[in-house]
Ligand binder design. Structure first.
Ligand code: WT7
Length: 647
């Protein structure tokens, strides 16, 4: 892509914070001003809220940029901030209300969680696993996944969580890259009433040469599993009789806390490396201020611990703040499509954090489903993972938030560790579709291809101008790739790979990955803006657009549209949608073709796979689609694409 990205979409709706929010929120104007005046002092203050063994004396060490170090001479164990320090006053507070997909429940207090973490940490040590040994975690969303992550942190063993929906090949590849010494898994996981055979996948992943010496298996689904004596251990037998306390390993702030693989669109997965002190500072600060956690809140993040959202905002951020959270094991449509709303009502959830892909799916399923439940406990909503289209934002606001809950649209990445661009619910006037402004202490801008800041009203590349505590430290085993991918496009600045525009008030509007930008008749158009214009039409639940090569215009816009409820697409609606885009954002953005489809191809974390839609539109041979969450939809779309109308 060259040149700036066009700014087409205009949004006039405004939602200022209520007086209750303004007065009661953890983060007030004062915090924003203080962080702006001295970002390093702000971060030092946030770090000092954690439990340190040896206090740090230096905040940032930038002598070997871009290999920045934070709080580097401090020592700590992150589990002391997440567990031990809460016990005296809040030991009986619920850390997790857990609900299994079949409907079974467990309540785990901070005291209980501490006990389970200590016993399992002792169990790991009894197998000879300790500081510096990488442990893979390949599990469903059972409470033991949190116990496993924290037990690793307790003994200084970096964890590498591999999403339980991934294949044995993905696990094998990640084990090899990380040199995993052990794998923690379950016999199986419940998904839509069926058992996902996790242990069997582990067995396949360990065939042949492997660095893995131990496999620890949590009983969940009681399905039959193969057993390798000496290598395999039942979790319950391993923790049985272990001491109830466990001396934590004292770690340097800069030691590795975990590796988490992010696939990106091309090449081998990158093992994103996160540190101890800086990471916990970032997630704990943002959790407190963005989600505005108070003692009586019940918080629910619907992510899986296999993604960074689960690491930062199910495990480390909430626990460092002594929050009470809900964890749900299964699928949102089991047994019915209103399971999430039943959960919100039965647990009295006050803060809900989910993804645009889920919100658009709920829009498609229909308004009557949330309407069946009392959602009045909710007071704050969050969104993460993709740009949220203004109409999806409005639907979330009305049908889930009852018109009274602020929505925090939080932009960040696996690499950034913590939320970077976001509203503060007691401070920021919201605009549907905008992640608003950088978090206090974060210095981000939008630049053109030469690195010059664009003026308000312009579009270009998002960059972060200075380091922040929770940033990735490197790509595991490949520091050169770290430098190349993130720090070479705009020297001295971090480049996340996202397009962004600034409005007249310097609000940030994320425009999707720059690899997805379309070049139509010499204009760079963002997929996000055209998609939002389509979702703006009352019949549309979700849309994906891609640029397909076109002899006349360079690229032509190909759109794929999912309708709400049981509406069906026809020629009339197709023309109506094309004109709707033209009126909403301009004739240049009018899709050349539209395919109606019941679903869109998505990654397992719910992001639309535009690369695949480009392949379909340009009639290329499709590569491996088995990594998709819904591979069967590809055939259906391809059949549809051949019959769609064009100009
Ligand atoms: C990419 C990072 C961060 C946790 C989940 C995803 C996109 C994420 C937003 C948002 C617009 C967003 C970006 C980013 N993204 N949040 N609020 N608005 N885009 O982590 O898998 O590392 O993906 O997700 O493109 O670069 P990830």
């Amino acid at each position: 892509m060259s040149g700036a990205i066009e700014n087409l979409f205009h949004e006039d709706r405004r939602f200022p914070p209520s007086d209750v929010m303004k007065n009661g929120a953890n983060a007030k104007e004062e915090l924003v001003a203080r962080a702006a005046a001295d970002p390093l002092a702000f971060w030092a203050g946030e770090a000092e809220k954690l439990a340190w063994r040896k206090p740090f004396t230096q905040v940032l060490d930038d002598s070997d940029a871009p290999f920045y170090r934070w709080f580097a001479d401090g020592t700590l164990n992150v589990t002391e901030s997440c567990l031990d320090r809460h016990l005296a006053e809040h030991g009986d507070r619920v850390a997790f209300h857990w609900e299994g997909e079949p409907g079974d429940t467990r309540e785990i207090s901070y005291r209980q969680l501490h006990l389970e973490v200590c016993q399992f940490a002792n169990g790991l040590r009894s197998l000879g696993i300790g500081k510096g040994d990488t442990v893979a975690i390949y599990m469903g969303m059972v409470p033991e996944i949190v116990v496993a992550m924290l037990a690793c942190a307790r003994i200084g063993a970096p964890h590498s969580v591999v999403f339980g929906g991934f294949s044995s090949d993905a696990l094998r590849e990640r084990n090899a890259d990380a040199n995993s010494k052990a794998v923690i898994t379950c016999d199986g996981a419940w998904r839509r009433g069926k058992v996902v055979p996790l242990k069997e996948n582990v067995d396949v992943a360990l065939e042949g040469e492997t660095t893995v010496e131990h496999v620890i298996v949590v009983r969940r689904t009681e399905n039959e599993v193969q057993w390798t004596d000496g290598r395999d251990h039942w979790f319950d037998e391993l923790v049985q009789g272990q001491p109830e306390t466990c001396e934590p390993e004292i770690m340097n702030a800069e030691d590795l806390l975990y590796i988490l693989y992010t696939s990106g669109s091309t090449g081998k997965p990158k093992g994103i490396a996160h540190s101890q002190g800086g990471y916990l500072t970032g997630v704990s600060s943002t959790f407190r201020n963005v989600f505005d956690i108070h003692d009586d809140d019940v918080y629910w993040c619907t992510a899986d611990c296999g993604w960074v959202t689960g690491h930062s905002y199910i495990v480390y951020g909430p626990l460092a703040n002594c929050a009470t959270s809900v964890i749900y094991e299964g699928s949102p449509d089991y047994p019915d499509q209103d399971r999430f709303w039943a959960l919100v009502a039965s647990h009295g959830v006050t803060i809900l954090y989910t993804a645009p892909t889920a919100i658009r799916t709920f829009m498609k399923w229909g308004d009557h489903l949330p309407a069946r439940h009392d959602l009045s406990s909710l007071r704050l909503l969050g969104s993460v993972g993709e740009p949220i289209n203004p109409e999806a934002w409005m639907w979330y606001h009305e049908h889930i938030g009852g018109g009274k809950c602020p929505i925090v649209d939080t932009w960040w990445q696996t690499e950034t560790g913590a939320i970077m661009i976001t509203p503060l619910p007691g401070v920021t006037t919201l605009k549907p579709g905008s992640a608003t402004r950088p978090y206090p202490g974060i210095d981000a801008s939008v630049v053109d291809e030469e690195g010059n800041e664009v003026a308000p009203g312009g579009g270009g590349f998002l960059v972060v101008n200075s380091p922040w505590p929770s940033m990735l430290r490197t790509i595991h085993g490949d520091p050169e790739r770290y430098r190349e991918v993130y720090w070479s496009r705009f020297p001295g600045r971090y480049f996340p790979g996202d397009g962004c525009k600034l409005d007249e008030e310097s609000y940030f509007w994320l425009l999707g990955r720059v690899d997805d930008v379309m070049l139509v008749s010499g204009h760079n158009l963002s997929t996000t803006e055209v998609e939002s214009a389509l979702v703006d039409h009352p019949a549309v639940a979700e849309a994906a657009v891609v640029g397909r090569s076109d002899p006349r215009t360079g690229q032509a816009i190909a759109a794929f549209v999912t309708l709400k409820g049981d509406r069906v697409g026809n020629e009339e609606l197709l023309q109506e949608l094309r004109s709707h885009v033209a009126t909403k954002i301009g004739p240049i953005a009018k899709p050349a073709s539209i395919v109606f489809t019941s679903d869109l191809p998505k990654t397992r974390s719910g992001k639309i796979m535009r690369r695949l839609l480009r392949d379909i539109s340009e009639k290329r041979q499709l590569g491996d689609v088995t990594t998709l969450a819904n591979s069967e939809i590809v055939e259906a779309i391809r059949d549809g694409a051949q019959t769609s109308k064009e100009d």
